[in-house]
Design a protein around this ligand. Structure first.
Ligand code: V0D
Length: 234
């Protein structure tokens, strides 16, 4: 494996609604085209040799959008889950979800569990979808679960450190984020992978997610390598 190559790439796929609006189309059209880009970039990332790709698909804040848009996103999630088996098999992709997906309808929960189980022995890239995910919520949930283990006597308070705390996060078995990409012009983390991005390099794109290409992914990785080389040279 190449040195200074990002093992874990995370993406905030922002700007789908704004992209569609700028073309005089409905916001939901942007989400649909965005989902096609997800397929393309997932395949590219696997081919490029990224080991972990984590995508912010639905945040805990997204529930505040108009009901019709939320319903469209749920329908999109369902159709996407139903179409992914071949893509994951052909590219040896292991599928995971982080976030509280138990609140979605039973059919969606069953499809997520089915896909995770069917792909659990795949050895290529791990694709993690953040669904109903919030970074602060994840950390509070971890604290709660850790407290249960203290109460049960499984853990002593004096044994708590960063390495132990990590075991209670959704991402317990994943490396920290190396490269965090955000499209759509905003330069914020927006409650995504707060713990895991503490040393991540951030690369921002003004272009909207539906305009993002494999070349842009390569560009971001090149920028990551450049920054690491500069850092190593000091
Ligand atoms: C909407 C931009 C693919 C972000 C991309 C609601 C907002 C398009 C998936 C997906 C969404 C991929 C693999 C899979 C299941 C779903 C997806 C959502 C939103 C969740 F196994 N695009 N996409 N899921 N958008």
């Amino acid at each position: 494996m190449q040195e200074n190559f990002p093992e874990h790439v995370a993406i905030i796929m922002d700007g789908n609604g704004r992209w569609a609006t700028s073309l005089g189309k409905k916001r939901t059209y942007g989400h649909y085209i965005g989902s096609l880009i997800v397929n393309k970039i997932t395949e590219s990332a696997a081919k490029i040799g990224i080991k972990y790709l984590t995508l912010y698909a639905f945040s805990t804040e997204n529930w505040r959008r108009p009901k019709s848009e939320v319903m469209f996103l749920m329908a999109l999630l369902k159709t996407q889950l139903g179409k992914k088996e071949a893509l994951f098999r052909e590219n040896d992709i292991q599928f995971r979800v982080i976030g509280d997906f138990s609140v979605f309808d039973d059919r969606i929960v069953a499809m997520i569990n089915g896909l995770m189980s069917k792909t659990k022995n795949n050895k290529g890239m791990r694709l993690t979808l953040a669904l109903n995910y919030g970074g602060k919520h994840e950390i509070a949930r971890a604290a709660k679960r850790l407290c249960e283990d203290v109460k049960n006597g499984n853990i002593k308070i004096c044994d708590i450190d960063e390495a132990l705390f990590k075991n209670y996060l959704y991402t317990f078995d994943m490396p920290d984020v190396d490269l965090l990409i955000r499209t759509g012009g905003e330069k914020r983390v927006s409650n995504f992978l707060l713990w895991q991005s503490s040393y991540a390099e951030f690369v921002f794109f003004d272009k909207y997610w539906p305009e993002f290409t494999e070349d842009d992914l390569v560009l971001a990785i090149d920028e990551f390598k450049r920054r690491k080389r500069r850092f190593g040279g000091l």
